[in-house]
Ligand binder design. Structure first.
Ligand SMILES: [Zn+2]
Length: 111
């Protein structure tokens, strides 16, 4: 069952099916694109050594709408160049959670 690897994101198949227009996208196989995704995910999760599993996916809420398109069969796909983005809402959520963390003072440097 796919679930989103972004920290604080509660989207996984069971919760979003029929409720939200959310799709789940596996990490790219291609080395360079995969590195880009990993960098974003690691930054977002604040885990420098995070590694994806076979089942790791990122939900469509973390992509720019311009990077997502619908196929003729109405399946949501990503452009080949698409990379997840850390949107404002996630940033705020993380900052709020990070208040108790001693790493907080270094946090702004990530952005
Ligand atoms: Zn998500």
């Amino acid at each position: 069952m796919p679930s989103c690897v972004f920290r604080s994101c509660t989207n996984y198949t069971a919760t979003v099916r029929d409720k939200k227009n959310v799709s789940f996208h596996s990490l790219p196989k291609d080395g360079l694109m995969k590195e880009k995704w990993l960098k974003v995910i690691r930054t977002q999760r604040r885990e420098d050594d995070w590694m994806p599993s076979t089942y790791s996916t990122v939900c469509s809420e973390h992509f720019l709408t311009s990077d997502v398109y619908l196929t003729k069969k109405n399946i949501r796909r990503l452009k080949r160049t698409a990379v997840p983005v850390i949107k404002k809402m996630w940033e705020e959520e993380i900052t709020r959670q990070g208040q108790e963390s001693k790493e907080k003072r270094n946090f702004s440097g990530y952005w």
